[in-house]
Design a protein around this ligand. Sequence first.
Ligand code: ADP
Ligand SMILES: O=C(O)[C@@H](O)C(=O)COP(=O)(O)O
Length: 415
Amino acid sequence: MFIGAIADDLTGATDLSLTLSREGMKVLQIVGIPPADLDIGEAEAVVIALKSRTNPADEAVAMSLAAAEALRGWGARQFLFKYCSTFDSTDQGNIGPVTDALMAALGTDRAIACPAFPTNGRTVYRGHLFVGDLLLSESSMKDHPLTPMRDANLVRVLGRQSANPVSLIARETVAAGDAALKAAFDGLAGIAIVDAVDDGDLRAIGRAARDLPLVTGGSGIALGLPANFLPPGRAAQDAVLPVPEGRTALLAGSCSTATRAQIARAIADGVPAMQLEPVSIAENRVTVADAVAFCMNAGAGLPPLIWSSAEPDQVRKAQELLGREQAGALVEAFLARTAAELAARGFNRFVVAGGETSGAVVASLDVPALEIGPEIDPGVPWTRSRGGRAPLALALKSGNFGAEDFFLKAWRMLP
Ligand SMILES: Nc1ncnc2c1ncn2[C@@H]1O[C@H](COP(=O)(O)OP(=O)(O)O)[C@@H](O)[C@H]1O
Ligand SMILES: O=C(O)[C@@H](O)C(=O)COP(=O)(O)O
């Protein structure tokens, strides 16, 4: 096994698995910390999907170290810590503490950090993260329900989270050729934010990172890594998919701008939709049984959508009443229980919007591992469950990814 990856959320893990498999690697994505005796078969990359992005830092560190230990046991030659392309974190963590802990566990004094994902508009220039044309701090990420991002200077952001020195390797060095970039990596002490504005930069970073024990970043950082290990000319892996006939449910807990637009579009296109609201859940005015009945009665046409996504003002109000974590946890648990009940009633295809939401839903569905299927939109593949009670097709969408017609596009791709 070549690349051992630890992803801090489930949609991030599928995003990364898609990139690695398109670059030719045989990828196995595991959900949660695996048993030590799990057979990884012929996998050349193993991606362990955690749900550690918003946990207390010590929990995230403990989970990540346990995942690293499993990957080490399978002989990983290089470790990759995957976090969000919008660097979702707080001053307490978890990108810094987890990177520090992995560096210590791997016995290395250096690592690079690059969340760039140019295909989806995330670029890093002079250490500043851009989302499209906006600085991170001016993008909708400033209002994220769990990890509001109000500083675009990643050297500063990571500097507040990490005990290691944090420096910048600027675009000039990235563009100066492989030898110059490798020399910069060789001379590094601590963690370097690395600029990248296009896929060419990411491939150059990948080549230069060949000997680094630990690489961290968004899925883009994986573009150039497989070629360091695979024979030349390896083609993209076949996308697997077919699942038995069954019903589809659409579940949305992401409050991102993209997901809200996708919900509006799906409703405009005629999808039967039921809106959730955290305070109503807390007061038992809406129950899982209501949501299940709604889906069961939705008829044989377009798939039903259960959604909680709200504008920043509404999210703030719910959080003031319930607490930030409690509001999120209530919605996550509601959608997760709804999915489990639906799975028991013949639904075997789920489209889920939101990283934390997907983590909660998949945890309730008994899915030990995932195989990567065809891409729906950049960074979002269909996946098929491996192991577990019954085969499921799962499209796990990062909140801000996907075109406006994502929900029905995903649904229409299934046989
Ligand atoms: N109406 C709402 N009010 C408050 N929090 C909400 C609401 N709807 C969803 N949430 C919570 O917001 C969080 C969204 O995070 P996530 O699912 O990771 O989406 P994203 O991929 O956009 O980051 C989840 O914890 C979810 O339960
Ligand atoms: O890197 C990314 O942007 C995604 O892979 C990702 O991690 C997004 O997280 P969520 O928006 O919480 O789904």
